[in-house]
Design a protein around this ligand. Sequence first.
Ligand code: GLU
Length: 427
Amino acid sequence: MTTAALPSFIDPARIGPWGMFLEQLERVEPHLGPLAAWIDTLRHPKRCLIVDVPVRMDDGHIRHFEGFRVQHNLSRGPGKGGVRFHPDVTLSEVMALSAWMTVKNAAVNLPYGGAKGGVRVNPAELSMAELERLTRRYTSEIGSIIGPDRDIPAPDVNTNEQIMAWMMDTYSINQGSTQTGVVTGKPISMGGSLGRKDATGRGCYVVAREAMQRLGMPMEGARIAIQGFGNVGSAAARIFHDAGAKIVAIQDAAGTIANTNGINPHALLGFLNGNPRALLDYPEAEAIANADFWGVDCDLLLPAALENQITAANAGQVRAKLIVEGANGPTTPQAEDILNANGCTVLPDVLANAGGVTVSYFEWVQNASSFFWTEKDIHDRLDRVLTEAFQGIWDLAAARKVNLRTATYIMACSRVLEARALRGIYP
Ligand code: GLU
């Protein structure tokens, strides 16, 4: 489904995340050789579960929320992928996010399929007790398809260690035994892994460092604009800053701030003190219009919020030479064409933000063996996994004369479809 092939009444900006994934598949298909015969398997999620999540609110009345868990593909191992709580969650979004997990896990060669979950809720409107009841009921509802050998959830947008603790506890109680390996991204005190919290941001840094070396961009003084100052964006900001780069703009739900001399992310985090709404009050930067964020003069742009942010409408404003997709699906295929034509390299989500699920894998392995690694072990292994994946994908892109997203899809889809072909169709 390239843009040209889309019926004229379909606005490409509105095809939705699943439509975007289908278009990405369309682009990789000609490069898959005989395995292309199996590609339809990726156009059909293996299993989509929609659940009703009734929650007794603090005032006694009952509200119903819609929950999802999609297992896109399980050819290479159990499902793996996060759970997001967001008012815009839809089945199309969770399907796309689960498919991107299939590609991501295969791109860095983790022994997992792809899955994702979500609840259509604005968690900011819930009390802590309501959030706990929502999480526990959702976990119980999807309990029949998750498990340490079936499908392993993890944090994503608006979910964190505490939510994982409730999920692990609920599943364990329903099973009758403590099952630490059912979720990753848990608190350290109950089987979580050192280094998991910052892993996605650290992974963004590792792949950016490798790309910058090859593009001749020095890290020292590199100007970085970051969209999203949550778990991924704030960790990446700290790690890039500590490596000598300069954070020149930050956009979050509260607005956008900029400073050409650089924003110290440690100081900003201290100032916010857990209250992201205070961003515009930060005295060491000036507030700018949200729409001006995309045109900020920078070397590297790191979208680390939600999908569908860089579109055909704003891609032409981007001045960065390198985009590192910390978020899932932030760039539409049409925007990527514009960026590439303007000489901008895009490190795709399925590689750039794979650090999180890679350390989730380390956590799952540690849970299975009840033997825990040092933080240095985690950092070293994460660096190695991502550097090797990056090198393979960079070389493949050069050999096939395709962009890095298509190269990542060639690498990942070949692995998934090879497993699919070997397993065959039952019965
Ligand atoms: N939610 C993260 C992602 O989109 C991490 C998933 C995981 O650790 O399973 O990659």
